[in-house]
Write a protein that binds this ligand. Sequence first.
Ligand code: ZN
Length: 400
Amino acid sequence: MNNCTVLHQVKKFSSNFIFSGNSAPIANGVLVTDDHGRVLDLLENDDGLEDVLHIDGFLCPGFVNSHCHLELSHLFGKLPKKQGLVNFLKPIIEIRGASEETVQSAMIEADNAMLREGIVAVGDICNEPASFNVKAKSDIRYYNFVEVIGTDPAGAEERYNIGEKIYEQSSKFGLPCSIVPHAPYTISPELLARIDSLSANRDLPVCFHNQESDDERELFENRSGAFVDFYMERGLDIGFFNPNSKSSLSWMADNLSSSPRPMAVHNTYTTTNDIEMALEHNPNMYWCFCPNANLYIENRTPDFHLFTDFDDRITIGTDSLASNTQLSILDEIKTIARIDSSINLGTLIKWATINGAKYLGMSDDLGSFEVGSKPGVNLISSLSGGTGQLTQESKVKKLA
Ligand SMILES: [Zn+2]
């Protein structure tokens, strides 16, 4: 052995089940890693092995949080619950301002909390570069979605340029990045065209908030409802707003038809018809669920079953601490399991791991126990005695 040789200790974990993220669960399997958490092997059993650590619960790769807003972490507990989206958005605009110190320390705390919850990657919305420093230093891998807003077609160029400057700053911090629209009700087709071509030319994922409230349908179908009042109260002219579409989702899919990975986030009011129309415009759609934020804001969750045909393209997000009590992917899938017990555990783990990693372009290293990858190792314990399913008491411990 020379001085350059590094000795890596091998760790062998065994649990009731191992969910590898991309293959069937293995009962009493063994996950072999080096001491940095790099996967060396995934075995069917512990025959002939020594020093295997047997743990009660199940193992899965580190979680991927596909939708968050780290820069809103200081708004924890400040916004009204169950009052609907428009009533949620009104105060957010007014109270967003806080001291730099408050904003930064809340982000550091939220980042640490996500790490403790076994989250290894986050797709994070940014309206400004405030979070970049925290993210560059974090053990979590971040993907920045620089969000642009602009309903006036005449201002599209200017709004895009602002987004592009933040995009360039993200690259300087070494953080991968896309420019994305906020939602169909805050963007012009002209601005969307710029986003769509950037996404297509550079093979970047995009995302947008979709059908989080029924007012969005009202606006697109009838040009009426709470969003119209919201614009008028702020003196915004929506004279040019003429989507000429049955659904905000299909309008977005049409305007993002070249994007290789557009993702609709929330989908609380989405119908089968909406999904079918959207897929006609762009068959590559991903779907992100953030059920705890939906319960916080609208006290309603999506009809998860409408999406189960697109099992490989469903991801999980936490949204921000402005609309959630914690940033925990485990807590999100516990909520889905509670609401719809027919969705099996392996499917939920897939949504929470490999699908998000693929969407963010990080599946080479994250999302599965593929040999050679370093996806993080989560132990989930406190399962139901008989079936090994998630319970409301289930918790996560990060083993690597
Ligand atoms: Zn959001």
